[in-house]
Design a protein. Structure first.
Lengths: 282, 282, 293
């Protein structure tokens, strides 16, 4: 019996140690980025674009990346939403039978796990086909492809939890499927839908690999969909390897800004979902 | 001609036959109560009258249900118009995720109704009793009509007919989910009445309610039966004895016996009926 | 009033169309990449491409072998490092912790899952690379710190959230009866977990690991920043490696100027799609089966 007890204690210690390791790593990641980034943050850093070339020019800031990322992520979010919402609705029992829905969910799950560089490569293929150069539009297309499965699947999770009895109430008065979907399903699932959008946004704004081929990089803030666009992840990626310390600082600052945005979106989505789920469903 | 006629109706859940060749006419202007032990197909029979069974892809229906002489299972039939003729109350009231006003107005809005028929009906009812000592002269009505939208009048009258108006008149636009369960069930009644049905179906409408609310619902049914055909499913024998004008007894999916209430409870012909009424089988 | 019925029929049809289109998307992506890979597939045999070690695009030599091996090695290292830690954490979360703690840690894991890969890469460059360099010196190997090991470590960190969260869910899904049976026979909590719970959840746990593997296999940016990017098969943990995703990411700039280079890179992307997609698919299918039970 003693041996069994010891074994239990031994493993318990290991388990707690594992958790502590993970927490410590997370803390150090956030800590290191915050430390290095904070040292480089300043108002100029946030509002100016790089002067003298983003790789070698020491002056200026990362406004090109911040604005670029926001354009890219917001553009892709809107475009994704346009396709994801109808698709998520379409997976309800009233519209498609169970096997089709299951198959589609499987497809979406597999697409969710696809490396983003594949989306970048495919985006590139599409761009070549359409005659596009590396641009804001190209980046938005690639990001949309990345975000679509995530947004759809997350929305669909929430939508499928709406009880049939509630929808029956609407059907019983003679509502059509689309009327029920808008009047009942959309309303009831709205917080979950908002969370799904934020989740996808967070994923999209942090992605670098899909943008490599498609969005290009530039010192300037894009003025049209066809201009190339800088982005925060690529700002880190391209500027960290430079020998010039001021440029490296820009990389650290970009990393911190990116981290802050992602954390805010992540936590915000969590808070939203817990706050609203009390309200609507019984 | 009776409003509702079931002709040889059978319902299959996959391989299991839930309803076996049921043929019966439901009399107009009376409260018909369907009784029988749980799981005997009572809910199924109700849901086959307004084709709510369509929502379940595993259900197959054979036979005919005639409403005003037309078979509702005819592939060319318009299901949405059908459901407008048949109001439905489920066992647990599910308020739609909107205000009290919008809940009642939901049906009329999607059907683009004008409320004319409702007003005409009210003049034929014994208004005083049905509307709870609330009476308007013709002149008052036309003044109201000019001042308010017809929808407002419709909502008010339906809430009065459901016995809920006095409790909610000051908060019509607050969320319906804040009502107590007894109020929610009466709201469901108002919602059903708002589409101006000819028939009201109720599936164990009081089983989730406290005795006071249950009594209110029963009373409203008594008042409404003059103008609507009401079909109530219940497993509470005493309730059946209280409110029934006509009784249908279902046992294990079969129609065992049916007849006027006076006859049914005093001199049932089938042994199973006798056993059920005396409490031997429940 | 028939128009409502017509509208309902139309809506039904368009919803079906949307679903079919969504399912075609995967095939569209694979097909697009395949089309772009055709030129190089026409010129070189698939076995030459996959198994030759010679990578000199300017001379028309496209042997993917070092990259494939590099990817596999870095992924395996990541799994070896991550799986024990993640499984132990998952078991603790599922079986031992109280629900408040579990919710908090869930939040932490979610946050970790959301951190962009470039940030992990940056962390790797700032902290891990010097660390590995020191470690190498300590063990008598000279290394710049940009190595297979560093890549493995950063990948291990990155796949931990998914392995932990899926494993925790799978463990929690094991029915109470399995635990009760073991406890009733006098087993300690740990023994119950070891013999009853984990055994029941084994399929799900393996799926979690496979999902982690798939994630690590395709991860691009973080690995690329720390792994050295030298196109040779590494012979020790401290030597640099060059995984397939990194290859694609590093060379997209030159690919248009060298003949067949773009086609080669698209082929690399296609290989990634097939491998990662395949593993993901199998893992999800198993998880579906587990859920059903």
């Amino acid at each position: 019996m003693k041996r069994r007890r010891l074994e239990e204690i031994f493993f318990k210690v290991l388990m707690i140690a594992s958790l502590v390791i993970i927490l410590a790593i997370l803390a150090s990641i956030i800590g290191v980025i915050a430390y290095k980034g904070a040292a480089s943050l300043s108002l100029e850093m946030l509002v100016q674009t790089p002067k003298g070339g983003y790789y070698l020019g020491g002056k200026g800031g990362i406004a090109n990346a911040i604005v670029g990322s926001l354009y890219l992520a917001i553009g892709a979010t809107v475009l994704s939403l346009l396709f994801a919402l109808p698709l998520a609705f379409a997976l309800q029992r009233e519209y498609v039978n169970r096997s089709i829905a299951r198959f589609t969910r499987l497809t979406l799950d597999v697409l969710w796990g696809m490396p983003s560089i594949v989306y970048g490569a495919f985006g590139f293929v599409v761009m070549v086909y359409m005659g596009l150069n590396a641009s804001l539009l190209g980046g938005i297309i690639a990001l949309t492809l990345l975000m679509l499965p995530i947004m759809t699947r997350a929305m669909e999770e929430v939508i499928s939890m709406i009880p049939l009895e509630l929808k029956e109430v609407s059907y019983a008065v003679g509502a059509t499927r689309i009327e029920t979907t808008f009047a009942v399903v959309l309303r009831q699932a709205l917080p979950g839908i908002a969370t799904a959008v934020m989740l996808a946004f967070g994923r999209g704004i942090g992605d670098a690999a899909s943008l490599l081929f498609t969005a290009g990089y530039t010192d300037y803030i894009p003025h049209s969909l066809f201009d190339p666009s800088a982005s925060l992840p690529l700002a880190v990626f391209f500027q960290i390897g430079t020998p010039i310390p001021e440029v490296q600082n820009r990389a650290y600052a970009s990393a911190l800004v990116l981290l802050v945005i992602v954390l805010m979106v992540s936590l915000g989505a969590r808070l939203l979902s817990s706050r609203f789920s009390r309200n609507i469903l019984k | 001609m009776p409003h509702i006629s079931l002709r040889d109706i059978s319902v299959f859940y996959g391989r299991h036959q839930a309803l076996k060749n049921i043929s019966v006419d439901i009399p107009d202007g009376q409260i018909t109560v369907i009784i029988g032990p749980s799981g005997c197909g009572k809910t199924t029979i109700l849901k086959s009258i307004n084709r709510l069974v369509d929502l379940n892809e595993e259900i197959r229906v054979a036979g005919q249900v005639l409403i005003d002489g037309a078979d509702i299972y005819d592939p060319k039939a318009d299901v949405f118009e059908l459901r407008k003729k048949v109001g439905f109350l489920s066992q647990r009231p599910f308020p739609l995720p909107m205000s009290i006003y919008d809940n009642v107005a939901f049906g009329p809005r999607i059907h683009r109704m004008k409320g004319e028929q409702m007003l005409r009906r009210l003049f034929n009812l014994e208004k005083k009793i049905a509307l709870g000592n609330f009476q308007l002269t013709d002149a008052e009505v036309s003044v109201r009509r000019k001042k308010n939208k017809e929808l407002n009048i419709l909502v008010e009258y339906c809430l009065r007919l459901a016995g809920l108006w006095n409790e909610v008149k000051d908060r019509l636009h607050s969320p319906a989910s804040r009502l107590s369960i007894g109020q929610q069930q009466r709201l469901a009644l108002a919602r059903a009445l708002a589409i101006e049905p000819e028939v009201i179906l109720a599936d164990e409408p009081t089983s989730a309610l406290d005795p006071l609310s249950a009594q209110l619902i029963e009373r409203q049914f008594q008042l409404l039966k003059k103008d609507y055909t009401i079909v109530v499913v219940t497993h509470i024998l005493r309730q059946a004895k209280r409110i029934a004008d006509y009784v249908i007894f279902l046992y294990l999916g079969e129609l065992v016996e049916h007849g006027p209430a006076s006859q049914f409870f005093t001199a049932p012909s089938d042994s199973r009926t006798r056993a059920y009424i005396s409490g031997e089988i429940s | 009033m028939r128009w409502r019925r017509t509208r309902d029929l139309l809506t039904g049809k368009s919803m079906l169309l949307a679903v079919v289109a969504a399912n075609l998307l995967t095939f569209l992506i694979a097909f697009g990449l395949y089309l772009k890979s055709r030129p190089i597939l026409a010129q070189k045999s698939i076995s030459h491409l996959l198994f030759s070690s010679s990578w000199h695009p300017l001379e028309g030599k496209f042997g993917f072998y070092p990259f494939i091996v590099g990817t596999i090695e870095v992924t395996v290292i990541a799994m070896v490092l991550a799986v024990p830690v993640c499984l132990l954490s998952a078991i603790y979360l599922a079986e031992y912790s109280r629900s408040r703690l579990r919710e908090m840690l869930r939040l932490v894991i979610d946050v970790m899952a959301g951190i962009p890969s470039v940030i992990y890469g940056l962390f790797g460059v700032i902290v891990l690379v010097p660390l590995v360099r020191q470690l190498g010196q300590f063990m008598g190997e000279t290394t710049t710190g940009y190595s297979l090991l560093t890549g493995g470590i950063i990948l291990a960190i990155m796949v931990s959230p998914i392995i932990i969260s899926v494993s925790t869910e799978v463990l929690r899904a094991v029915p109470l009866s399995a635990r009760e049976t073991a406890l009733a026979l006098g087993a300690t909590k740990w023994e119950t977990v070891k013999h009853a719970v984990v055994k029941s959840a084994l399929h799900g746990i393996i799926s979690a690991i496979v999902l982690g593997f798939a994630r690590a296999f395709g991860e691009t940016i973080a690995v690329l920043m720390v792994v050295g990017n030298v196109a040779r098969v590494p012979h020790s943990l401290f030597e640099p490696a060059y995984p397939l995703p990194a290859l694609i990411a590093n060379n997209y700039g030159e690919m248009m100027s060298v003949p067949l280079y773009d086609s080669a890179l698209m082929l690399a992307a296609l290989i990634l799609l097939v491998v990662v997609g395949g593993f993901s698919l199998v893992a999800h299918l198993v998880l579906l089966r587990v859920e059903r039970r």
